[in-house]
Design a protein around this ligand. Structure first.
Ligand code: MG
Length: 319
């Protein structure tokens, strides 16, 4: 637990309880030295003779009080841990009016007006502010690496077809890794092909579907795979998916791409790629599509981690 300078109860006790402070660099009270009178509420020491019983009572009360204070001081140690990292101040990002609306630093891919952000967007329809699947997949003109994607989708009404034939679409990261979109409300299919699945790799942890015609939200946190110069995989892609406010994929590490006809595999590609939406022949609707690039906090290790205790700096030794 951190204890801010100035909030150390020992310092306050030093003021209010008239501790005789030692020279700089020594810690009062903790080493038991220089303590003249702990608490003014207690009877002051006196040189007049007291009955033996009173002295024992006084000693007991003092011992109890000291135990309480020492216990408290161990909970709020005067030592503070410092990482030695100099952090840049995180940038301010104004959030949207609601969590569905794009924050100030988002790239808006669809806001209800047009399909200008998409390759092949002219072959899809915009109806009542919704983007409706038309002919062929659409692909974002801008490319993304690690990113946060928000979108909302609604399965066709009335529901028609079954299994993979009902309300099928999909969100592809970097053109090759599919998060399934499917009307999985009261619609049986193979688990690793239902809504929220990484296609043919993992089902979602739960089925969080709303009925056809209602809006589903996907909040996706995507970590792109990394490749070495020789094309070998350095680290796999990972995905976290929140479906209608419910965590359904928790940093799942992908085994590779997500084709229908063969096992997943990785093939080296660039650091960024488009976000695509699949045309599977069903008129699924979309709205509020925006994406943010993920930029980790920036810091510089300017010195080794250490503990601070007043004026004293104590190096941290590893066992
Ligand atoms: Mg699909």
């Amino acid at each position: 637990m951190l204890s801010e300078k100035g909030s150390d109860p020992l310092r306050q006790d030093a003021k209010t309880n008239q501790i005789d402070l030692p020279p700089m660099g020594q810690t009062p009270f903790r080493n038991g030295a220089h303590l003249q009178h702990v608490n003014p509420m207690l009877p002051a020491p006196t040189h007049s003779p007291r009955p033996r019983r009173y002295s024992a009572h006084f000693a007991l009360r003092t011992a109890v009080l000291l135990c309480c204070m020492l216990g408290r001081s161990s909970q709020t140690s005067g030592q503070e841990y410092l990482s030695g990292i100099q952090w840049e101040r995180p940038p301010i990002v104004a959030p949207g009016q609601t969590d569905a609306m794009p924050p100030a630093d988002a790239v808006v891919l669809f806001d209800g007006s047009d399909t200008a952000a998409w390759v092949n967007g002219e072959n899809w329809k915009v109806e009542e502010g919704n983007l409706v699947i038309g002919r062929g997949e659409i692909r974002s003109k801008e490319e993304f690496g690690d990113c946060q994607l928000h979108l909302e989708w609604s399965a066709p009404v009335p529901a028609s077809g079954s299994g993979q034939g009902r309300g099928n679409s999909g969100i592809f990261f970097m053109g090759r890794y599919e998060v399934q979109v499917l009307d999985s409300y009261d619609n049986e299919t193979y688990s690793d092909g239902q809504a929220g699945a990484i296609y043919k790799q993992t089902p979602p942890m739960v089925n969080a579907m709303r009925p056809p015609g209602q809006w589903n939200t996907y909040d996706i946190f995507w970590k792109a795979p990394r490749f070495a110069d020789d094309g070998s995989l350095r680290s796999p892609a990972a995905i976290t998916l929140v479906h209608n406010g419910i965590l359904v994929l928790n940093h799942f590490e992908l085994l590779g791409d997500t084709p229908f006809h063969r096992p997943p595999r990785y093939e080296a590609h660039g650091e960024k790629g488009p976000i695509s939406i699949q045309d599977h022949g069903n008129p699924v609707r979309f709205r509020n599509i925006w994406v943010r690039e993920i930029k980790p906090p920036v810091g510089t290790q300017v010195r080794e981690p250490f503990l601070r205790d007043g004026e004293k700096e104590i190096p941290i030794t590893t066992p």
